[in-house]
Design a binder for this molecule. Structure first.
Ligand code: ARG
Length: 457
């Protein structure tokens, strides 16, 4: 049964109906829809807009519908959308009383409410998943705080750092992601119900009560905005986009780190797959998918900013297009964060390969320049002298570590035996005790801060 058949004489064209219906996807919001209706009906009863006994009857029937969907007894199908489905089912169960549920409400404010409830649940779950991921990364960072590895700029070895420093960098990104989601939650958690179709309602409803019953922090302040605002959807998708972008970056690292040329990690059997033709292969499919899944979520964000562009006030059916974008992003986020967390927990890094790579590519050249600068040579001149040393090394097949003191002295009389220990990864790492640096004791501070922040999420 359509909720709006009164003024029509002909049936909706079958193709148009299929095109218009949203139940095939918005049934994912059944629990939010029913929860919202229970609160609305409770408020209608309390305000005396419908008799209390009837409100009680409706609420208990709604609870029954929810339980039956949850247990699989009731299949969600055969209606235009989830709102129509629930109302039809209600009327089937309790007759005409059920028809009073929609008093002082429109599907426009109802769907905006359901969407906010759905996203609020999604945000809360995502923040918990991010929290676990941050703590897993911080735990690994603690274990690897003395594992030297090269830090890269332009994908070329730049300066020695540690794997712990590297992993905490990602933990910082995921912490910002969680904070962004929590900030977004403030704007999601506002109740639009009571906005009606667009210009609110003449019934003496108590919106604050409905908000309280549903755990909203407040109510929307303008009914036209209340039904037509999807900023919070765009904001949510933008937060999701950032998470996926960060996942794509760390997984790009894991993909090439797992290759023979790098050999920085060996893929756990549980998180890699083989090839149907090449028996030797162990592929980083999971990491590649984690890198590639961002395409979907970026697409979801693009969908929504495109749908909303140029939409006049107030509700327009275009907005129904938000659902699949939200559901897809929510599912992709949940899956991806779960897999990422499990992968990081399981993966073993190859400390020897990383440490061996740490001093390659003359990555201690900055140490050499800093050494001269600390002896009083202006840094720009020290940079020039060190550049000449690197050139000499390149031309003579030497490394900064295999240079003798007298060779160093040929470039500047300011060098003394201290230079030989200064150009090691160990010293380069240990001396970076500045806030943000990679020295193990400074990293301890960073890790502790991350753990504290994650635990407070
Ligand atoms: N399925 C619709 C949506 O997602 C519900 C609101 C319908 N409102 C309307 N005026 N047709 O937006």
């Amino acid at each position: 049964m359509k909720l709006w058949s009164g003024r029509f004489t002909a049936e909706l064209d079958k193709l148009a109906e299929e095109f218009n219906d949203s139940l095939p996807f918005d049934r994912a919001m059944y629990s939010q829809d029913i929860t919202g209706s229970i609160a609305h009906c409770t408020m209608l009863g309390k305000c005396g807009i419908i008799p209390q006994a009837e409100a009680d009857e409706i609420v208990s029937a709604l609870r029954g519908i929810l339980a039956d969907i949850e247990s699989g007894k009731l299949e969600v199908c055969g209606a235009e959308d989830i709102h129509s489905f629930v109302e039809n089912e209600l009327v089937k169960r309790i007759g005409d009383v059920g028809k009073k549920l929609h008093t002082a409400r429109s599907r426009n404010d109802q769907v905006a409410t359901d969407t906010r409830l759905f996203l609020r649940d999604g945000i809360d779950r995502t923040v918990l998943q991010l929290k676990s991921l941050i703590l897993t990364l911080a735990g690994k960072a603690e274990q690897e705080k003395s594992t030297a590895m090269p830090a890269y700029t332009h994908m070329q070895k730049a300066q020695p750092t540690t794997l712990g420093h590297y992993l905490s960098a990602y933990a910082n990104m995921f912490l910002r992601d969680a904070e962004r989601f929590l900030d977004c939650r403030k704007r999601v958690n506002v109740l639009p119900l009571g906005s009606g179709a667009c210009a609110s309602t003449t019934f003496p409803i108590d919106r604050e009560l409905t908000a309280k019953l549903l755990g909203f922090d407040g109510v929307t302040d303008n009914s036209l905005d209340g039904v037509s605002d999807r900023d919070f959807v765009i904001e949510y998708l933008s937060c999701a986009t950032q998470v996926m972008l960060h996942l794509s970056r760390i997984n790009e690292e894991f993909v090439y780190w797992s290759g023979e040329e790098f050999g920085f990690l060996s893929l756990p059997d549980e998180f890699s797959t083989g090839s149907s033709i090449m028996p030797q292969k162990k592929n980083p499919d999971v990491n590649e998918l984690l890198r590639g899944k961002c395409g979907r979520v970026f697409g979801d964000l693009t969908t929504m900013i495109t749908v909303m562009k140029g939409l006049p006030l107030a509700y327009n059916k275009d907005m129904q297009e938000d659902k699949e974008a939200i559901f897809d992003a929510d599912k992709t986020l949940a899956l991806s964060l779960g897999v990422m967390n499990a992968f990081i927990d399981k993966v073993r890094f190859n400390r020897e390969a990383m440490s061996a790579a740490a001093t390659g590519g003359y990555s201690c050249a900055t140490e050499c320049a800093d050494y001269l600068a600390s002896k009083g040579m202006p840094f720009r001149a020290a940079h020039e002298v060190t550049g000449k040393i690197v050139l000499y090394c390149v031309q003579n097949g030497k490394s900064l570590q295999s240079m003798t003191l007298s060779e160093y002295k040929n470039f500047s009389s300011m060098f003394d035996e201290g230079i030989l220990s200064a150009v090691t990864a160990k010293s380069a790492i240990a001396r970076r005790t500045v806030i943000g640096g990679c020295a193990p004791q400074e990293l301890d501070r960073q890790i502790l801060k991350l753990q504290k922040a994650a635990n407070a999420l």
